[in-house]
Design a protein around this ligand. Structure first.
Ligand code: NAD
Length: 499
């Protein structure tokens, strides 16, 4: 390996796929400067022209999906379903912003404090250069999911993908160039943590998807520089099973939620709380379905679980299983490595007799562990679901949709689904993000675009009450007007400044 280079490996075969530069802070600075120069012309295009460019990019990515999926799978070891999901979810999000960005960015007229005398409008201004730092678990989706709205809003973008999986982002950005998005408007700088840290030093807004530890460091530096920071961090998502469920639906959905991408998902199902009345039946079905999972590196949507990408996470899963067993948990199925399939294959593990003294119920798990805890009722389930540092996503399974929605609203996280897992991030209109150790800010939906602009408020006073020589902001006449307004707007709501 040359100096200043990073080797990208296939985690299944161990082959070196490529070598990419380990960019220095100077190279990052130059990339950001190029982006800054190009941003002025990009933002001068009207909102519709930028949205059309996002649409062309989305279409080109869709046309290139087979090659992109191959790259994703090569550098992560994930199954075909996982790679296809990345492509589909991003495609929907690009379509959403291509369609709605001009509407979301349209200047908004609001009612002024003194209607008729004054007019007020809110415009939106891009931050300038947005830096995006992304992780390895969804190397394509998570490098681009925020790039699309940032570009649509008129920013230039510099992406620093994970050093473990930089190739998907590089390939996706090439597709942007093919449809005419200028090279300096969207760039990729490859490198490790130091390259990411350098990006935070130069950009005007930073968006990081990664671990809570990295999020804290990025937030600290962003705080020093007073730039906006979006932090999409780890999770420990609960799934609650109530007594009225279809057990087969709930058990298979729980497995989907826990084993997608071999469990290496920020919003994977990591803790299952099942009410006493259906606990035994649920666990029996869960084990039965787990036994039917197909693992391997073969092609086709029939392979349910692929390789893990990162040995560090596999070791952490094994340590969590050992910690749980030592504290009294039982492994009913799985939890063993499958070296016959590849070095990083781990069988999904169903654990019971778990409690909140165990790491597997408190620390993030980035692998296919499925701990199931018996609870008395829904209230107890909610208490445990809210017992922890993270607050990213969650799920409630019940046939009573009203009750499900009521309980969903009691889970302290960015999003909760009833009778589904992981569909929140795939729904472009829904904001997605976390609270507590899961981060700050929301992606997707109008919120996911407005995070990349500053509102720019303009007030126009017709000057009818201006008087030459008036040397105070508040003269007796204006004071009388304020007092009159205060009374009148109780009766005439129209007089109130609008939202
Ligand atoms: P990580 O924190 O190790 O790395 C993420 C990115 O940050 C990488 O590109 C890395 O090079 C960069 N980085 C590392 N140190 C940095 C620093 N000091 N300054 C700036 N950048 C730095 O995370 P990972 O192992 O790549 O990804 C797994 C984590 O990501 C998990 O915790 C997972 O839950 C989280 N994640 C969150 C979401 C979400 O939407 N909330 C989505 C996917 C993954």
């Amino acid at each position: 390996m040359g100096q200043g280079e990073i080797e990208v490996m296939n985690p299944v075969s161990g082959d070196v796929l490529a070598r990419v530069p380990d960019s220095t802070p100077e190279q990052v600075c130059m990339a950001v400067e190029r982006a800054r120069s190009a941003q002025a012309a990009w933002t001068a295009l009207d909102d519709k022209a930028r949205a059309q460019a996002v649409r062309r990019w989305g279409d080109e990515l869709w046309r290139s999906r087979d090659a992109l999926m191959n790259t994703i799978r090569q550098e992560t070891g994930k199954n075909e379903t996982g790679a296809l999901l990345e492509v589909i979810v991003l495609d929907n999000i690009l379509d959403y912003y291509a369609h709605y960005a001009p509407k979301i960015l349209r200047p908004k007229t609001r009612r002024a404090l003194f209607p008729v005398l004054q007019r007020v409008r809110v415009y939106y201004r891009p931050h300038g250069v947005v830096g995006i730092i992304s992780p390895w678990n969804y190397p394509y989706l998570l490098a681009l999911i925020d790039a699309a709205p940032a570009l649509a809003a008129g920013n230039a973008v510099v992406i620093k993908p994970s050093e473990i999986t930089p190739l998907s982002a590089l390939a996706a950005v090439e597709a942007a160039y093919r449809v005419g998005i200028p090279r300096d408007v969207i760039q990729v700088v490859t490198g490790g943590g130091a390259t990411g840290a350098a990006l935070v030093d130069y950009v005007d807004c930073i968006e990081v998807t990664g671990s809570t530890a990295t999020g804290r460091k990025v937030a600290q530096r962003a705080g020093e520089r007073l730039i906006p920071a979006g932090l999409e961090l780890g999770g420990k998502d609960p799934l609650i099973v109530l007594e009225d469920v279809d057990i087969d639906v709930a058990a298979s959905a729980a497995l989907q939620g826990a084993t997608e991408n071999a469990g290496q998902v920020c919003i994977s199902t990591e803790r299952i709380y099942v009410v006493d009345a259906v606990y035994d039946r649920f666990v029996a079905r869960l084990v039965d379905y787990a036994q039917r999972l197909v693992m391997g590196s073969g092609n086709g949507l029939g392979v349910h679980v692929g390789s893990m990408t990162n040995e560090r996470e596999l070791l952490r899963c094994e340590a969590q299983i050992a910690d749980a067993v030592e504290k009294g948990a039982r492994v009913l199925f799985g939890g063993k490595r499958r070296p016959d399939l590849g070095p990083l294959f781990l069988e999904p593990a169903v654990l019971v007799d778990v409690n909140h003294t165990m790491e597997v119920m408190r620390e993030e798990t980035f692998g296919p562990l499925i701990p199931v805890m018996r609870v008395k009722d829904a209230e107890e389930a909610i208490r445990w679901a809210n017992d922890g540092a993270y607050g990213l996503s969650g799920a409630v399974f019940t046939r009573d949709l009203k009750r499900g929605e009521r309980l969903a609203r009691q889970i302290a996280s960015g999003d909760v689904s009833v009778n589904r897992t992981q569909f929140g991030i795939a729904t472009p209109s829904l904001p997605m993000g976390g609270s507590g150790a899961s981060g700050l800010g929301r992606r997707n939906g109008p919120e996911g675009l407005l995070r990349f602009v500053q509102s720019h408020a303009v007030l126009i006073d017709r000057g009818w009450l201006n008087r030459p020589g008036l040397l105070t902001l508040l003269d007796p006449g204006l004071y009388r007007a304020f007092k009159a307004l205060r009374v009148l707007r109780r009766w005439i709501p129209w007089l109130r400044a609008s939202v």
